[in-house]
Every structure is written in C-alpha cells, then in structure tokens.
Design a protein around this ligand. Structure first.
Ligand SMILES: Nc1ncnc2c1ncn2[C@@H]1O[C@H](COS(=O)(=O)NC(=O)[C@@H](N)CO)[C@@H](O)[C@H]1O
Length: 143
C-alpha cells in the first residue's frame, strides 16, 4: 500500500464520470463532499496487500493515527487514489480494504469521510505547507 498524506485547510471533491465499469454505488449526497481542517489520505492499494489485508488495514490505521496526532486533527479523508503505484490490487480487494480503514478509524473516534471508489473526481485541496503537511508511507504485509 502507498499512502500520500496531506494536512489541509480543506479537501472537497465532486464525482464526474465512472472510471470503472462497476464503481461503488453512491447516494446523491456522496456525489460531492467537503471536510475542513483535514488529514487527507490518498491511498493506492497494491497487489502485495492481497496477501494479508487485515495486517495492511491495521498498519495503515496506525500510521494515519500517528500522523493525525502529530498534526493535531481528528478529521480524516480516506481518498482512493490509483496513481501512487503501478502494481494495483483488484478493485474488489481495494474497496474492501479502504472501507475497513474507514470503519476502524471511526471506531477509534475520528471524524472520517471516504471519497467514492471507481469514479473520476474533481477535487480541491489546500495544503497547509508546514513541515509535516506532506508525508508518504509505504506498507508491505509481513515487513
Ligand atoms: N488498487 C486501487 N487502489 C485505490 N483505488 C483504486 C484501486 N483500483 C481502482 N481504484 C479506484 O478506481 C478508479 C479507477 O481505477 S484505475 O485503476 O485508475 N482504473 C481506471 O482508471 C480504468 N479506467 C482503466 O483501468 C480509481 O480512481 C480509484 O477510485
């Protein structure tokens, strides 16, 4: 798994077209959304993650929690992003992992939104620009 984490004044998106034949089913409300004072987590789920999804979810949640506490926010945007890796997991596995990351963070008391999976989306992001505002993490099961 590859994650790009951007501490932002806000992140907002608007769904455009389908990027997969069968994207995630979404409600009208999910077609656009916004979160302020947010840690945006752009996540590419990789083929290697299919070896142990549970471990990858746990490690990703831990990394996100760690950074969220450093930048002092409880607002997290989980954003599916297929452009951080050339070895992507299948859409089914990727969506399952992203949903589990969302659920685990919610269970831990974070205010979490997740951008729709399988769509082209317009988005606006306002990176805060402080030294911890742009971070990346790589998670490999078994390591
Ligand atoms: N492994 C993955 N990790 C994260 N997001 C993914 C993954 N696979 C698919 N997606 C989601 O599905 C969308 C399209 O994925 S994609 O791999 O880019 N595929 C395409 O763009 C297809 N149009 C051609 O393959 C991505 O924008 C993302 O929302």
């Amino acid at each position: 798994m590859r994650m790009l984490l951007i501490h932002s004044d806000y992140l907002e998106y608007e769904v455009k077209d389908k990027a997969l034949k069968k994207p995630e089913e979404i409600s009208e409300e999910q077609k656009r959304d916004r979160l302020d004072e947010v840690l945006a987590a752009f996540i590419s789920v990789e083929k290697v993650d299919e070896q142990n999804p549970k471990e990858v979810v746990e490690k990703a949640v831990k990394e996100i929690e760690d950074i969220a506490s450093q930048v002092k926010t409880k607002n997290i945007f989980v954003y599916p992003f297929a452009h951080l890796s050339s070895e992507l997991a299948s859409p089914d596995v990727a969506l399952k992992i992203l949903k589990e990351i969302e659920e685990k963070l919610k269970e831990k008391g974070y205010n979490v939104k997740r951008a729709p999976f399988g769509y082209y989306k317009a988005f606006k992001l306002s990176c805060k620009g402080h030294p911890l505002a742009e971070l990346s993490r790589t998670i490999i099961p078994g390591e």
